[in-house]
Design a protein around this ligand. Structure first.
Ligand code: ZN
Length: 100
């Protein structure tokens, strides 16, 4: 693994991001980064198409094939969508997961 800024290999572990990914820090230039950033440039038109296909209840694998995004990204996108849903669709209390 190399520093994305100065290409140094003097990398140390530096805790975790809010999303649980390992964070690293370059000892040469001080740059902090995560190993595999999930940020992928998916444009707005593609996102809108994905939203439509989700409403059609297509399988994620099919949506990924049609739109050309990775299944992994799509799963993350869907998870984020459900995380952001408003309160009225909250699942029953039995299924609620308590987070510390
Ligand atoms: Zn560096």
């Amino acid at each position: 693994m190399n520093c994305p800024k100065c290409q140094s290999t003097k990398i140390i572990k530096y805790g975790h991001t809010h999303y649980g990914k390992a964070r690293f820090r370059c000892q040469d230039c001080g740059r902090q980064f995560v190993e595999n950033p999930t940020r992928q440039p998916i444009d707005e038109a593609t996102r809108q198409l994905i939203d439509k296909l989700l409403l059609e209840r297509l399988a994620l694998a099919a949506i990924a094939r049609v739109t050309g995004v990775s299944e992994r990204w799509l799963q993350m996108y869907v998870n984020q969508k459900f995380d952001n849903l408003p309160k009225q669709v909250e699942v029953s209390p039995k299924k609620r997961v308590f987070r510390v």
